[in-house]
Design a protein around this ligand. Structure first.
Ligand SMILES: [Zn+2]
Length: 172
């Protein structure tokens, strides 16, 4: 993916220099405003399905970069997940829990409560955390060296109180 895209972690800038007074944090409203206006404009331009695919693709890139730059891939799986959980809370992304883990087949069910993308949204009747699907797949791919597919099966926007993701390797 590094061959395909130009993104580099340093592109995120030096916040200590650039925001000495305001610091690293912003509001969830500002984050969601960007995400959902982006999705709306892209959907009108290229169709909703394609826009969603691109959100997943961007999430995948973000997950891989996040894993490379923030997480420790030398840890055992359980320690890696514990570290991921801590980082996602520290960054106020959400509260991760591993609900099911099949280490032989590398199939997992994860939940994320108080999710940054969707918690508290109106109920649209469809899941909206496409970016998160890619983000989780990117982290798992970077950690295991295998490609993953991630499907959000429950979401605040479908009327559930937590997001639930099914994670499994892409066969072949
Ligand atoms: Zn969700």
């Amino acid at each position: 993916m590094g061959d395909v895209y130009n993104f580099n972690w340093t592109d995120l800038g030096d916040l200590a220099v650039g925001r000495p007074n305001l610091g690293e944090e912003t509001s969830v409203i500002v984050y969601r405003l960007m995400q959902y206006t982006f999705k709306d404009v892209l959907s009108k331009e290229i169709g909703k399905q394609r826009a969603v695919e691109l959100f997943v693709q961007a999430g995948l890139l973000a997950g891989k970069e996040f894993c490379n730059n923030v997480l420790d891939t030398s840890l055992s799986f359980n320690a890696f997940i514990a570290d991921l959980k801590d980082k996602l809370v520290a960054l106020k992304v959400g509260v991760l829990r591993v609900e099911e883990a099949d280490m032989d087949q590398l199939k997992f069910v994860l939940t994320v409560a108080e999710d940054l993308d969707c918690s508290g949204l109106p109920i649209f009747g469809e899941s909206v955390c496409d970016y998160d699907e890619g983000f989780i797949a990117g982290i798992f791919e970077q950690y295991t060296g295998k490609k993953f597919t991630v499907k959000e099966v429950d979401c605040w926007a479908t009327g559930d109180r937590t997001c639930r993701f099914e994670v499994k390797p892409i066969e072949g």
